[in-house]
Design a protein around this ligand. Structure first.
Ligand code: PMP
Length: 406
């Protein structure tokens, strides 16, 4: 743990020095997006300053250089999640696009009337709505596994809902609204017993837990670069080779074809079949730099640090009598989702912002979950490896002040 140096870590992120309303920024909105270390900013700038060209198509050195960087970035992602092949890594603009690719493709190629798609009650809209549409198009049915009062998946009901009509199990690795870490390996193991295709939404997991897709044995895994200290507009769809081979392409155009006549076209090989058009090359290069960054720090130390922040946060929350916490699973990431007395979350958020504390308020793109909880939204402080215990203390000092206003 002692090789995790929080002072040094904070120096790597230039934006953390910013002031908001004359006070030092306390950035606790990391589940929405993370700040970027200097090496990510530099890698993106370097790409545009030194290597910018289109990929895979030039007959010139610069294009070859850009292609090499782009494909090297793909290999970095492959290593990061331990995929078997680099062509199992598809660039997308984020988790949302990745899940849309899978849902839209499976609606065409796999789902039939009467099939069931199993999701959980804690899904983000990005892992609900694409499946609703896929169900509508194919005649399949969307089924929902409920959660208990701690915000954990009720595993016994999950097992009961699995049956031979279950075609797809699509679940989040970590809940963005509650922080619950799902037992995805077990979810996949049981789903496979009924031959369901497994899709894991890893948006909230990759920055906090080690992810090994071969160990999880899932068919698909999706995540976004921007929640992993990388740029916005770049994300990843991982798919097992045979599943990707069977999946129809999502968008049509340049780069994704093998041959085209005016009558028809044939598809390019993986991964290019899913990468129509000029991709976000600088984004991929930036994401690879973010992975380099994570590989350069003590990640186990970072995880312990986040755990410490969460425990401190929970202790301070208990000392205030009117904080109601949502998401009390033992196995959770450092997400503190709460309501204070009967105050409206957005009022709390606004008053925190005036004190330099950045949180998110509202339904967090999980409206069905909020309905289950019987609330319209929460205040969410979400921590990252660069947050400090002093910042946790300052959040509670600010909350104490908020109470005097409300
Ligand atoms: N799933 C979860 C669990 C998320 O937290 C998010 C981002 N809030 C998404 C999906 C969508 O990610 P993106 O907006 O980067 O596509």
């Amino acid at each position: 743990d002692n090789t995790f140096d929080i002072v040094k870590i904070r120096q790597d992120f230039p934006l953390l020095n910013k002031s908001i309303k004359g006070r030092p920024l306390i950035y606790l909105d990391n589940a929405a997006t993370t700040q970027k270390p200097q090496i990510v900013i530099d890698a993106t700038n370097q790409f545009y300053s030194n290597s910018n060209a289109n990929v895979h198509r030039g007959a010139h050195t610069l294009s070859d250089d850009a292609t090499e960087l782009f494909e090297k970035a793909r290999s970095s992602v492959q290593g990061f999640i331990n995929a078997k092949h680099s062509h199992e890594i598809i660039w997308t603009k984020g988790t949302t696009e990745a899940i849309n690719m899978i849902a839209s493709g499976l609606a065409q190629s796999h789902l039939k009337p009467g099939d069931e798609i199993l999701i959980s009650a804690m899904e983000h809209h990005a892992n609900i709505v694409p499946w609703q549409i896929a169900a509508l198009r194919s005649g399949a049915k969307l089924m929902v596994v409920p959660i208990n009062e701690k915000g954990e998946l009720i595993f016994s009901t999950f097992k009961k809902l699995l049956n031979k009509k279950t075609a797809i199990v699509a679940m989040t690795h970590v809940s963005n609204a509650l922080g619950t870490i799902n037992q995805v390996k077990e979810i996949v193991r049981f789903a496979k017993q009924v031959n369901a295709i497994t899709v894991i939404d890893g948006a909230q997991a990759v920055a906090h837990c080690p992810v090994d897709v071969q160990q999880l044995d899932c068919d698909f895994y999706a995540f976004s670069g921007h929640k992993l200290f990388g740029p916005t507009g770049i994300g990843v769809l991982y798919g097992k080779e045979d599943r990707l081979e069977q999946l129809p392409p999502f968008q049509m155009g340049g780069e994704m074809i093998k041959s085209v006549t005016f009558e028809q076209a044939t598809w390019n090989e993986l991964p290019y079949k899913f990468e129509a058009g000029t991709p976000n090359i600088a984004g991929a290069v930036g994401l690879a730099a973010a992975i380099d960054y994570l590989n350069s720090i003590d990640r186990v130390g970072a995880m312990l640090h986040e755990k410490r922040l969460m425990n401190y946060c929970l202790a301070l929350a208990q000392s205030m009598d009117d904080i109601h916490l949502y998401g009390t699973a033992e196995n959770k990431t450092a997400i503190f989702s709460f309501l204070m007395g009967d105050s409206h979350p957005s009022d709390v958020g606004t008053l925190l912002n005036q004190q330099g504390v950045a949180v998110r308020t509202g339904h967090h793109c999980t409206m069905p979950l909020m309905n289950e909880l019987g609330i319209s939204g929460t205040v969410r402080a979400s921590f990252s490896l660069y947050n400090t215990e002093e910042e946790v203390a300052m959040l509670f000092a600010a909350l104490t002040k908020v109470k005097t206003f409300l």
